[in-house]
Design a protein around this ligand. Structure first.
Ligand code: ZN
Ligand code: ZN
Length: 64
């Protein structure tokens, strides 16, 4: 394999090497949804995007 594919948050655009920080806790975000193949995810700062993500994931499972 070799190269590590960087995944990007669909909500705020942060990624594996540049996580965003929570303003209250000052903790860096983590992935709550991640698709390493699609190289995208949803981070803890963008939980409102998780429902959207789940809808997409469901849609992707539908036969074209
Ligand atoms: Zn985010
Ligand atoms: Zn983030």
């Amino acid at each position: 394999m070799g190269t590590f594919a960087i995944s990007v948050c669909i909500g705020c655009g942060c990624n594996d090497v540049r996580a965003c920080c929570n303003e209250v806790t000052a903790q860096p975000c983590a992935w709550i949804r991640i698709d390493r193949d699609a190289r995208r995810g949803v981070c803890t700062e963008c939980e409102h995007m998780a429902a959207q993500w789940d809808a997409w994931e469901y849609a992707m499972q539908l036969p074209m």
